[in-house]
Design a protein around this ligand. Structure first.
Ligand code: ZN
Length: 252
């Protein structure tokens, strides 16, 4: 009987406990419902309002005391690269899947080391560096494009490079070449028969950084016809639009 009594009281205790739990769940259920709803709404909002942002670095070469090539007494390469970079940023900022960072957005001197440090820190999806060309006499004209060689860095790491590292580097190179080809196509439309081709080189701006990159030599400051175009605000905007078109279509 004592045993029965004990089991009776154990049963009543369990019932009581179950009752407590039931009561708690009843209290918690609406809260859980609200939480699930909030998560769902957040998820939907994130999908519709925040697509993956591709980070693009635009590098207007030179700046400040580092004027680059002088086009006139007052205008130098640093002014042309900045004008095109600002117009390009304006154009790319209209895309909600692109985020644009400039290595400089005013006439200030930023060392190559600082530019590279910044690029290494933010790890962009693409670096576009802008220059104007010079040399080879006055007859040389047209735009030139450079893709990173990656070879030097690749050799350095070859012994330790694992499969995925190699794959990553191949992807960087493929992205660079694909973007460069698209830029070439769009600049060809703007400057027919002016393309001097796509070359591979060790690019100082991205050396050791392993990031997709293209350097655009926008045309020759030493060629009278090219210089006239480079100095025209209209052409600067047209170059920026041609570059923007390639970047937009690549990340669309
Ligand atoms: Zn330059």
């Amino acid at each position: 009987m004592i045993v029965d009594k004990q089991s009776d009281s154990a049963i009543s205790k369990r019932k009581f406990k179950i009752g407590e739990v039931m009561l708690d769940i009843k209290k918690i259920l609406p809260l859980l419902g609200i939480l699930v709803l909030v998560f769902l709404i957040c998820g939907v909002l994130e999908l519709s309002a925040a697509p993956k942002k591709h980070l693009i670095v635009i590098d207007p070469a030179h700046g400040g005391q580092d004027k680059g090539i002088a086009l006139t007494d007052k205008v130098a390469e640093k002014d042309i690269t900045l004008a095109v970079a600002l117009a390009l940023r304006k154009e790319l900022s209209k895309e909600n899947n692109l985020e644009v960072v400039l290595t400089r957005d005013s006439d200030k001197e930023v060392s190559l080391e600082d530019r590279k440090k910044n690029i290494a820190k933010i790890k962009p999806d693409f670096v576009l560096s802008l220059h104007t060309n010079a040399g080879f006499g006055k007859s040389a004209s047209g735009f030139e494009l450079y893709c990173p060689e990656f070879n030097k860095d690749f050799k350095k790491e070859k012994k330790t490079a694992k499969g995925d590292v190699r794959q990553e580097k191949n992807k960087y190179l493929n992205d660079s070449v694909r973007l460069a080809r698209s830029i070439q196509e769009n600049l060809n439309t703007l400057f027919p028969r002016k393309g001097r081709g796509l070359r591979r080189a060790d690019l100082p701006i991205t050396e050791d950084l392993f990031v997709p990159a293209v350097v655009v030599e926008m045309s020759f400051a030493t060629n009278p016809e090219d210089k006239k175009k480079l100095l025209s605000q209209n052409t600067q905007t047209e170059i920026a639009n041609a570059l923007a078109k390639s970047i937009k279509s690549f990340y669309r």
